[in-house]
Design a protein around this ligand. Structure first.
Ligand code: GLN
Length: 532
């Protein structure tokens, strides 16, 4: 079978959940036995979102191969349990960068380099490359932004050309729009959808399938109206009604027969029924948990929950395994002081200190680690969270006055967290951190080992600073031990405080690896510790 290409565009407004629809469709096709990958095209000029503040664009997700990507790739991995890579996220910045590099190399000598055909060719090359390299049955490509945006035009034109080049049974367009409900008249309105499809038609694209986001059930009359005004058949008008959890969407899409509609249009017989048993089991536990715990997530980007997307989702996965609903209380690290700690952490059964950069809110994070250690509240420090726990331990247990990370205090007398050797000569900020998966050896008879139940693991990183091994002996003597070490470089990757119930800090990002089917063991055991 030739690789089939499915494009998902969005209309009317942003934030309708193209990523979730793409991931849900991917899940259904995968459950039928097809080899699928999902790609995101982002119309901004940053080469990758690694240099973006989380307030701008939510969390930056990191892949196994060290790409800093859009948070939608996290959804793709959490739904499909298949790794994405550098090739799964393409930005306008990256496309222009390669075209300009080729121009400088002389690849286009004699030619004027233009959006059409050079930029569109580069976009097409990156779409096709993913399917060919991984020998996929289907590539689902989500186009960021909303149809009608100036910056997404080259993408729309590129995917228009692909249908012509690859043939109609190899390319499919799904358009996701909104059907708003006017409470004053009690009506659902289809006009925005009609306009948005018209906009697509102006760009030469006739959508094959329409997915309509709605707060209320769409009746047959409304579906028929949309179908006739937008030139699609009735079965291709798919309702996507609001649900309480994103993990229900694959089942909703199955009920609406989105996968069958897609297969029909691509001329593929819809054999095997999707096997979604594990998924359904997870949902059942998620919806009727036996326990409930409140955990605090301490960070400085808490105003925007998307900044900690993967952590939030990891809590959901780990909660389900433990038959437990995890309620997350976001605690702003700039609002934690010596005299309000009890108030901040009232009724809290576990404290997670989040990743981050720079010194804004750092004192609050260090105080949170101290509070967890002294009160023996289960603690999970991720990346900067581990670094804060190390600084706190140095200052308050080892008596290293003014100990700090050199990221925050270059001249600290005790640089317990310091810039990695390989980072020292680096001046450019984009894509130059220690990124992607590295191996880690786990020490036996530790809480860490109890979670992983194996001694060789691999985890994804995104940082420049590390634990300063010069102080390791002092830490271990006082009870904070290194339980995970990189076997090649000796970098400390995991630390835990022996005497506490569950106090673990990791230099990597376990949240990027947690999926519905494979929840991350450290999250699972952290939640377990909060229940008992
Ligand atoms: N700022 C810290 C570093 O670069 C931690 C990074 C993070 O939390 N991702 O090492």
């Amino acid at each position: 079978m030739k690789t089939k290409y499915i494009f998902v565009t969005g209309g009317v407004t942003s934030s309708l959940g193209k990523g979730i629809i793409s991931a849900s469709l991917g899940k259904l096709l995968q459950a039928r036995g097809f080899k699928v990958s999902i790609q995101k095209l982002d119309p901004y000029i940053n080469v990758d979102p690694g240099t973006l503040n989380p307030y701008e664009h939510g969390e930056c997700y990191v892949t196994e191969d060290g790409a800093e990507t859009d948070l939608d790739l996290g959804h793709y991995e959490r739904f499909l349990s298949v790794s994405t890579s550098q090739a799964n996220n393409v930005t306008t910045g990256r496309v222009y960068q390669s075209v300009i590099n080729k121009e400088r190399r002389g690849d286009y000598l004699g030619k004027t380099v233009q959006v059409i055909p050079h930029i569109t060719d580069e976009i097409k090359r990156r779409i096709l490359m993913l399917g060919r390299k991984q020998k996929l049955d289907m590539v689902i490509t989500e186009i960021g932004g909303t149809v009608g945006d100036i910056e997404s035009l080259p993408y729309i034109e590129a995917v228009r050309q692909l249908k012509w080049e690859l043939g109609p049974s190899n390319v499919l367009y799904i358009h996701l729009t909104l059907v708003p409900f006017l409470s004053a008249t009690g009506e659902l309105k289809t006009k925005p959808t009609q306009h948005s499809v018209k906009e697509l038609l102006e760009n030469g694209i006739q959508p094959d399938i329409l997915v309509l986001r709605t707060e209320h059930e769409l009746n047959m009359d409304l579906r028929r109206k949309v179908a006739s005004f937008c030139n699609v058949n009735l079965e291709s008008v798919i309702q996507s009604i609001n649900v309480s959890t994103i993990y229900e969407v694959p089942l909703l899409m199955q009920k609406e027969k989105l996968d069958i509609s897609v297969l029909q249009k691509l001329n593929i017989p819809a054999k095997n029924k999707p096997g979604l048993e594990l998924w359904k089991e997870f949902l059942k536990k998620l919806k009727k948990p036996r326990y409930k715990v409140r955990v605090a997530l301490v960070g400085k980007y808490v105003e925007l929950a998307d900044s900690y997307k993967s952590i939030n989702e990891s809590f959901i996965h780990a909660g389900a395994v433990n038959d437990c609903a995890v309620e997350v209380k976001y605690v702003h690290s700039e609002e934690i002081f010596e005299d309000n700690l009890d108030e901040c952490f009232e009724d809290i059964k576990g404290i997670l200190v989040a990743p981050g950069f720079g010194d804004r809110g750092i004192d609050g994070k260090i105080l949170a680690a101290k509070y967890a250690r002294e009160k023996d509240i289960p603690f999970f420090g991720i990346c900067l969270g581990l670094q804060c726990a190390v600084v706190e331990f140095a200052r308050n247990v080892l008596g290293f006055e003014k100990a700090h990370s050199t990221e925050m205090e270059r001249k600290t007398p005790y640089p317990v967290i310091d810039l990695m050797e390989e980072q020292k000569g680096i001046l450019e900020k984009g894509g130059t951190m220690r990124l992607g998966a590295y191996p880690c050896r786990v020490k036996k008879d530790t809480k860490t080992f109890a979670a992983y139940n194996k001694d060789k693991v691999s985890e994804r990183h995104r940082h420049r600073y590390e634990f300063n091994n010069k102080y390791l002996h002092a830490f271990e003597k006082a009870g904070m031990i290194a339980t995970g070490i990189n076997p090649q470089t000796n970098l400390v990757e995991i630390m835990e405080i022996r005497s506490n119930k569950w106090f673990v800090g990791v230099q990597f990002h376990p949240e990027y690896r947690s999926t519905v089917i494979n929840p991350h063991p450290l999250f699972v055991n952290f939640i377990k510790a909060t229940i008992s």
